[in-house]
Design a protein around this ligand. Sequence first.
Ligand SMILES: [Zn+2]
Length: 286
Amino acid sequence: MSYGPPVISIDVEDWPQSTWDRSLPITERAAENTRRVLQLLRETEVRATMFVLGKFAERFPQVVKEIQADGHEVACHGHGHLEIGRQSPEEFLADVRRSKDLLEQILGTPITGYRAPDFSIVQDTLWALDVLAEAGFEYDSSIVPARLPRYGIAGWPVLPTRVRLNQGGSILEAPLATFQALGRNLPVGGGGYHRLLPGFASRYCARRIMTDAPFVFYCHPYEFDVYEFREIPVRVPLTVQFYQGAGRRWFEQRFRAFVRCFGGQPMYAMLSSQPWQEFQLCSLNH
Ligand SMILES: [Zn+2]
């Protein structure tokens, strides 16, 4: 059974604010990078899901409208890009409500999907799923089904699942793509893996994954921005520049080859393609 085409998901944010210092303002560069990605999606005829940060939407509501006008799904990436573990449930609810309300005000349509900053729904923050259901989200795409140093939940189902919540209600979870190799699940769905793996290796993993599960790919507009670290006023150590910048030079080329090979679809299209199984939260044993 094939689960293609891949879900193309893009987290719309500004690298210095989202990764380096949460107190920095969103810069013009983030809008330019997002418009560059919109042009690329037009050229490759791919519809995607774009998880937009509230702070970005506040500064660039026109770009959010352009995303929708191009036929992409607009979803929510929270407001301030603060990891969930650093917030109380009340603070988290306020953060997601603020960004969801703002996006709905700009677009006039309901926002149903959410992705956490830095994939920060982990074992200790699973309460976030209850909060997201309370805020009115229908699906979440934040969990990496693997044990990793900074994120991920080992043993989480690799297929999308309707999670029955402990406090009643449910939410659909669409996990990020992982690839089984050497007895481990590797998060090959995007980011550094996609920038550093040779194109043929990424495509091999995607093809293998899609025989058993959907491939949820993710990236950020700044990953297409080759000269960012040379040009931004923020001073970033060379090691961080290397880790965050390596592979950007050929990222656009890789992306084009990837969607030329497989095409792509937005999250809602994949999630509505079949009735996914139910899953009770407490059935996950650790
Ligand atoms: Zn992010």
